[in-house]
Design a protein around this ligand. Structure first.
Ligand SMILES: O=C(O)Cc1cc(O)ccc1O
Ligand SMILES: [Fe+2]
Length: 437
């Protein structure tokens, strides 16, 4: 069942809950009752199904929505190739996979008039979009709203992580507002337009080619905690009845294709289903951690996971390092030194991260690929080894990680970027020997 529509401080009305069978109509009576595809849909609308999973996938994983729209999506001219800009797609084969620890500064300023789509820049990724496996890490930096155009991604769902500047995202399902500290998810194939609420918008995008993100199981944590389902907010129906040229950009098997429609395809008057966009406020994350000793693995901070066909082995996890108390006794409290079979891309939404004293900055990012050795830098190690272990609140930053089961191969642009930091290895220099036999 759908949650109650809730009006939030931003004036938008949302439906709450994760994976719900939501329903919404912008005009009363637009949703057919008791069937999906009546002989004539109400109000002269066209009924259309949008499937995010195969028809036959288990009910618990099945994602689809029914849209009731002014024109059917099928009524469009041919798509033709568009310039891919700085967007790239798996398989990533143009650079040699790099075992080095890598760290980037934020992207440089974009040229005037750069919108969300033009502002996308691919760092790298893994898998193969045509096989619906793996993921890509993108950054965006825009200074203009998308005008007279909409975007959709057949290759995967898009998890948008704003770092600077609020976004108003107009989707086929209605409006979402995503500010820094929020994440927004656009499901595979859903059309949307990004409008800027500030002069500039900057952030990160995880393009997930694999199974749709879901909430992680909670196991012994119990029935509540981490990201609570009720805090996910889907839009309520809102439509554009616009009969003027709109460019529809479709990312398909790694290329951008465009077609100019004679109307806005954001013309869905009513919808129901569970293949829906949503926003989630990361400050709602219920952080669970140790209240005795040792540093728990960061899987305890998983917001969303895209399972693969091997239980417990995610195509990609989205993990957040949110404000929390550290109380572990006789414990090295920051992230430990480690080598991980999973590959870790990290970004910073604000402030600082407790494993790095400096150099890891908001809008920047780091990549610690499969089995690369990393952990606290020397300053952090020294301070944490000597600190008096009183309860300590970590509340000066918001970091996140896209953690994936396959190594991340970079695009040549990211591998050779001016904003790639040199000398990142040095943060682990000066960790002198203390061994006494
Ligand atoms: O490398 C990182 O900073 C991410 C991370 C955090 C943590 O608390 C434990 C392991 C880990 O990979
Ligand atoms: Fe790590």
């Amino acid at each position: 069942m759908s949650g109650d529509p809730r009006k939030t401080a931003d004036g938008l009305t949302y439906l709450t809950g994760f994976g719900n069978e939501h329903s919404s109509e912008a005009v009363p009576g637009a949703l057919p009752l008791g069937r999906n595809s009546p002989q004539r849909a109400p109000l002269g609308l066209y009924a259309e199904q949008l499937s995010g999973t195969a028809f036959t996938e288990p009910r618990a994983h099945n994602r689809r929505s029914w849209l009731y729209r002014i024109r059917p999506s099928a009524a469009h001219p041919a798509f033709t190739r568009r310039d891919n800009g700085r967007l790239a797609t798996a398989p990533f084969t143009d650079a040699v996979p790099d075992p080095n620890r890598l760290r980037w500064n934020p992207l440089p300023e974009p040229a005037p008039g750069t919108d969300f789509v033009d502002g996308l820049y691919t760092l790298g990724g893994n898998g193969d979009a045509t096989r619906r496996t793996g993921m890509a890490v993108h950054l965006y930096h825009a200074n203009s709203s998308m005008q007279h155009r909409v975007f959709s991604d057949a290759d995967g769902e898009l998890l948008i992580v704003p770092e600077r500047g609020g976004l108003l995202i107009r989707t086929e399902f209605g409006l979402l507002r995503a500010e820094p500290r929020h994440v927004a998810l656009i499901p595979r194939g859903v059309r949307f337009r990004v409008e800027l609420l500030d002069d500039c918008a900057r952030g990160y995008v995880c393009e997930n080619y694999g199974a749709p993100f879901q909430l992680p199981d909670l196991g012994p944590i119990g029935a509540n905690g981490l990201a609570n389902a009720r805090d996910f907010a889907a839009p309520t129906a809102a439509y554009e009845d616009v009969e003027e040229p709109v460019e529809v950009i479709n990312k398909f098997c790694g290329n951008l294709w465009g077609a100019t429609y004679d109307h806005s395809p954001l013309d869905v008057v009513a919808w129901h289903g569970n293949h829906v966009p949503y926003v989630y406020d990361l400050t709602r994350f219920n952080v669970v951690g140790t209240i005795s000793y040792d540093h728990p693995d960061p899987s305890i901070f998983t917001v969303l996971t895209s399972p693969s066909d091997t239980p417990g082995l995610a195509g990609v996890d989205f993990v957040v390092f949110a404000p929390r108390w550290l109380v572990g006794e006789d414990t090295f409290r920051p992230p430990y030194f480690h080598r991980n079979v999973m590959s870790e891309y990290m970004g910073l939404i604000e402030g600082a991260y407790d494993a790095k004293a400096e150099g890891f900055v908001p809008g920047g990012g780091s990549l610690h690929n499969m089995m690369s050795a990393h952990g606290p830098d020397h300053d952090t190690f020294r301070r944490a080894s000597e600190a008096e272990l009183v309860p300590q609140r970590i509340d000066d930053g918001l970091a996140f990680m896209f953690e994936t089961r396959w190594p991340v191969t970079l695009t040549p642009a990211a591998a050779g970027a001016d904003h790639l930091q040199s000398g990142y290895d040095d943060v682990w220099q000066g960790l002198e020997r203390h061994f006494r036999s």
